[in-house]
Design a protein around this ligand. Sequence first.
Ligand SMILES: [Zn+2]
Length: 95
Amino acid sequence: MQRKILEKLCCPFDKHDLKISVFNEDENQDIYEGLLTCSECERYYPIVYSIPIMTPDEYRERQLELPNLQRWGLMIDEQSNSFVLDERSKTKLIN
Ligand SMILES: [Zn+2]
């Protein structure tokens, strides 16, 4: 999915802007793998096979998303039930 389309998306929970972290894109800047993070609620939304996964929390499966996050060098807080990265992963996204 193109960056300029992703930039138009907002958090489905609170409608705030999302930050884009790109892990894999092609020469046309089509983002194939990445992560959208909300500046307000700090939820993350993975981009997998060029598709942003932005379903409500109750329809998301943490265990299904975990392998991709680990592959990207990110982790979720095991203690938390929300879709928020742990502190160490957050610092990895800010470069
Ligand atoms: Zn949000």
